[in-house]
Structures are given as structure tokens and as C-alpha cells.
Design a protein around this ligand. Structure first.
Ligand SMILES: Nc1nc2c(c(=O)[nH]1)N=C([C@H](O)[C@H](O)COP(=O)(O)OP(=O)(O)OP(=O)(O)O)CN2
Length: 178
């Protein structure tokens, strides 16, 4: 089986709102790398002419657009974080830069959301190519790997967004605050 791996770098900040006594409660930032592993499970054979699963550019264009123009320099907050209210009241023009996760924006939660997001983009291509594994290097010493079902991984019981939240939509959104 072939796997194609793309890597992208972005800067982000977050705070872990449930960890009140921790230094992670204080908003802080990371320069992270996300790696996605793509494969075509149903038909792995090369055609003898182009010999590609699909051109790299076709596979990564929308994903990298989203990473570069929306994920990069975003502030990640729990859906329960009162900082969201601060932005609503004082800086509504910056709401578009908030990435909101169901519960704390840990690297685990982000990995599951990003996994769902790239699969929404890939599904739109209709090539039968999927992301089966995603890795986020939060720091040079901490990496989180996700593969599986994001619906089972994320707890959305009290998430205030729509049934199809931003991570399941093949659009440029990073929250459901609009
Ligand atoms: N399971 C998780 N634990 C922690 C996460 C997380 O996303 N998932 N995140 C953090 C903080 O973001 C913290 O900034 C990074 O963790 P930390 O290990 O403290 O980072 P260091 O660079 O200081 O680690 P070293 O081992 O000193 O290199 C905390 N926990």
C-alpha cells in the first residue's frame, strides 16, 4: 500500500481552561507541525502511465490553504472558555481567528478535529483517497498521533455548535461562532 505524507507548519496559541492550577491555563503558544498520511484503500494499483495516486498539488492544495490562512496564528479555546465571550463583546472582528474545540484545546482534541477536517476536504475530491493517520508535533518533545474515528474520540455532548461542526465541513471555518 502507498501512503503519501504531507507536512505543514503553523503557529498557534491556546489555553487549557480545565487545568486551572496549571501553567497551561495561561494562554501560550507553539510552533506546531501537522503530518497527514493519505492512502487509497480500495484501489492501490498504479496505472502504468501517470503512476500517481493523484498529483500532490491536487491532494494538498485546499488543506494547505486552510492551514496557512486559517489555522496559522489562530487562538484555540474550549467551547466553555469565557474568553470567547470577551472576544464577542470587545473584539468581534477577531472571532474568526478563534479555533474552538469541544472541551479543552489539547493536542489530542486538535488532532481529532484536524483528522476530520482533512477527510472532509478529501471526500470532496471524490478520488477515494483518505487520511488514515495524522500527527501533530506540539513541541520538539511532544507529538500526538491520531487514527480512527473522530466521532468516537471527541466528546461533543455539550458543544453548542451545529450537528455538522466546523471540523466536519469542507470549508475554511475553524469555529461555529458566526
Ligand atoms: N495530554 C496532553 N498534555 C498536555 C498538553 C496536551 O495537549 N495534551 N499540552 C500541554 C501544554 O500545551 C504545554 O505547553 C506543553 O507541554 P509540556 O510537556 O509542559 O511542554 P515542555 O516543552 O515544557 O516539555 P519538555 O518535556 O520540558 O520538553 C501540557 N500537557
Amino acid at each position: 500500500m502507498f501512503e503519501i505524507c504531507f507536512t505543514r507548519r503553523y503557529s498557534m496559541s491556546h489555553r487549557l481552561y480545565s487545568l486551572k492550577d496549571s501553567r497551561c491555563f495561561v494562554p501560550h503558544g507553539h510552533n506546531e507541525f501537522v503530518k497527514v498520511y493519505l492512502s487509497r484503500p480500495e484501489n492501490d494499483a498504479l496505472d502504468g502511465d501517470t503512476n500517481m495516486m493523484a498529483p500532490f498539488d491536487t491532494l494538498k492544495k485546499t488543506w494547505h490553504q486552510w492551514v496557512d490562512n486559517h489555522l496559522d496564528h489562530s487562538l484555540h479555546l474550549s467551547d466553555k472558555d469565557p474568553l470567547i465571550g470577551f472576544f464577542r463583546d470587545n473584539e468581534p472582528e477577531n472571532l474568526a481567528h478563534l479555533l474552538v474545540t469541544p472541551g479543552d484545546p489539547t493536542t489530542e482534541a486538535l488532532a481529532a478535529c484536524l483528522f476530520a477536517k482533512i477527510n472532509a476536504f478529501l471526500n470532496d475530491l471524490g478520488l477515494g483517497i483518505v487520511c488514515r493517520r495524522l500527527e501533530i508535533e506540539e513541541t520538539p518533545t511532544n507529538t500526538v498521533i491520531f487514527h480512527g474515528d473522530p466521532d468516537k474520540a471527541l466528546c461533543t455532548d455539550s458543544y453548542p455548535g451545529p450537528a455538522r461542526p466546523w471540523w466536519k465541513r469542507a470549508d475554511m471555518s475553524i469555529n461555529d461562532l458566526a
